[in-house]
Design a protein around this ligand. Structure first.
Ligand SMILES: Nc1ncnc2c1ncn2[C@@H]1O[C@H](COP(=O)(O)OP(=O)(O)OP(=O)(O)O)[C@@H](O)[C@H]1O
Ligand SMILES: [Mg+2]
Length: 376
């Protein structure tokens, strides 16, 4: 798929901007702080309903405005769709597809698919487990948009279960009546059902991604691998050998039973996909804490390229977004990456200087300066 038009109103630094886009490579070039990333961030938002830079919507709304609108025309094969998202921080966001407002924002997922690689991705390797969980879950949702529902169900169940545990913990501390544990049993089952589904998807994704990531790393950093992706679950080491969803459910329930006493003491849910991590190994060592800066960067890039390969191989080619990545690479890696991505259906690149965009990525160029986006 590709985006044929992007239109922003009160999004980040843009009061209004209209950007016609074409398939192939488009580069946005301009000095620091001119609004290049803001453009591709908006495209990424359409695909994930979130920003790759911030965890809340408030910074996405232009300072002084109270809502932002992202509109995009999207073409997949013969089909064109117009999607519109209105961001209302503190209130519910709204969505329209082909001008119909009978849709939830979540229904937009799957129309635009992106793989976005940006300097922030270093946190995939160096950051907290939450970064890697988000990576997995966003990719799961890109593969299968209905997983957005499963993710939000999980969040909801977790929140409710935590509330229950917190009140149990309070009651315990203040010598109150002990809680009716059958209510907790019911929440365990909910958490088990939805959690098992999420676990199953993550495990399947990791197994599929592993060889692709290894290959991608060999492409960008020849001889530097191998990579090993390993799911580290709070549920226990058994999850990786679980054969069925039912197996995972049983394991999750058993793990909850095991920690129940601690959970009631501490008032939080201690096991489940929200406490898991993806271990990134490089040559038999964990990348986090061991890999060099350049290796970590190549690792993050390999994860994104593998995601791109995966989504492409499963149909509906995503838009590839490379935000400010060429400046970080030496010239050989830069050329290598450019050759890999050049044939993509749509590739959006940002760079501070023209020379950072490799020659093979000749395509449409826009100059971005003080909120003006001008085709060169
Ligand atoms: N909510 C907002 N309202 C108004 N301006 C904003 C908002 N959020 C960000 N900006 C402005 O947008 C600019 C940053 O834009 P962006 O991140 O797209 O820059 P860039 O061109 O990618 O720069 P760099 O080359 O440094 O990455 C900053 O000047 C920032 O002040
Ligand atoms: Mg930028």
């Amino acid at each position: 798929m590709h985006v044929t038009h992007l239109s922003l109103a009160d999004f980040r630094s843009y009061a209004r901007v209209e950007v016609p886009l074409e398939p192939g490579v488009t580069a946005f070039v301009g000095a620091n702080g001119q609004g290049k990333t803001n453009l591709v961030e908006a495209v990424g938002y359409l695909a994930t309903l979130g920003s790759h830079r911030v965890s809340s919507d408030a910074p996405l709304v232009r300072m002084g405005a109270d809502r932002a609108v992202i509109r995009a025309a999207v073409t997949q094969g013969e089909r064109s769709q117009l999607i519109e998202l209105e961001l209302n921080p503190g209130k519910a966001n709204r969505a329209r597809i082909n001008r119909s407002s009978q849709v939830r924002p979540r229904d937009v997922l799957g129309i635009v698919r992106t793989v976005l690689f940006a300097p922030e991705d270093l946190a995939l390797v160096k950051g907290d487990p939450g970064e890697r969980r988000r990576f997995l879950d966003e990719l799961i949702t890109a593969r299968s948009p209905r997983m957005a529902g499963v993710r939000s169900d999980y969040e909801r169940v977790l929140k409710q279960r935590n509330t229950l545990l917190k009140s149990a913990a309070m009651a315990r501390r203040h010598g109150g009546r002990s809680m009716d544990l059958s209510t907790l049993d019911v929440w365990d089952q909910h958490l088990g059902r939805v959690g098992a589904e999420l676990l199953a998807q993550r495990l399947d994704l990791i197994a599929t991604l592993q060889p692709l990531a290894d290959k991608a790393y060999a492409d960008v950093a020849p001889g530097g691998g191998p990579l090993a992706l390993e799911y580290r679950s709070s549920v226990g080491a058994g999850v990786e050998s679980a054969r069925t969803r039912e197996d995972l459910y049983e394991q999750l329930i058993a793990a909850l039973v095991e920690v129940r006493k601690q959970e009631i003491e501490r008032g939080v849910t201690l096991v489940g996909p929200h406490r898991d991590d993806l271990l990134l190994g490089l040559r038999g060592m964990p990348a986090k804490g061991y890999a060099s800066h350049g290796e970590s960067w190549s690792y993050a890039l390999a994860l994104r390229l593998a995601s791109y390969d995966l989504l492409r191989s499963e149909g509906n080619e995503p838009v590839l977004v490379l935000d400010d990545v060429f400046a970080e690479l030496d010239s050989r890696r830069r050329e290598r990456l450019a050759e890999l991505v050049a044939p993509g259906e749509q590739v959006l690149v940002t760079a501070a200087v023209d020379d950072d965009v490799p020659g093979v990525l000749a395509g449409t160029r826009f100059a971005v300066s003080a909120g003006e986006v001008e085709r060169l």
